[in-house]
Ligand binder design. Sequence first.
Ligand code: SF4
Length: 177
Amino acid sequence: MKLLLHICCGPCAVYPVDTLQAGGIEVMGFFYRHNIHPYTECLKRQLTLEAWAGDIDLRVIIQPGYDLEGFIQRAAFREADRCAICYHDRLKATALLARRGKFDAFSSTLLYSKFQKHDRIRDIGEALGGQMGVPFYYEDFRKGWKAGITRSKQMGMYRQPYCGCIYSEKERYYKPA
Ligand code: SF4
């Protein structure tokens, strides 16, 4: 099976890529950029992913452009539910690319994170898979949470301290007095 895997960042990709490849699945990565702010942070995560992918011969498509403005416009006035919008944007872009590239399925490293809304990601992925005619591959990669962290630390990968968007950066660092 040929699978297009949306990759949110290098450290989150280590366990899913290992597991999928061990299961005989041919994986190609797709790095989506619009939700990672600011731009210098996006580049840092991208370079981390590209260095690791180069080491393991993983092909990764890097999303062109950087539509921070579009992301903010879609989230505006819906900040509390922005993650569902963000999941949808990322998974839709992946599904479209998978269909165009004639992949057998698509999936996401978002299914690895203990901090994401796992069931929501699965629901959105499966709905998009139905609409696009490319199956969404579901696996609960959270079972490899610790193993992935250990491996990414051993490899000295940059591990980001917040999810991605500027809202999540504020939630991480802003402490009201
Ligand atoms: S917190 Fe993460 S998942 Fe939620 S909108 Fe921001 S980047 Fe997307």
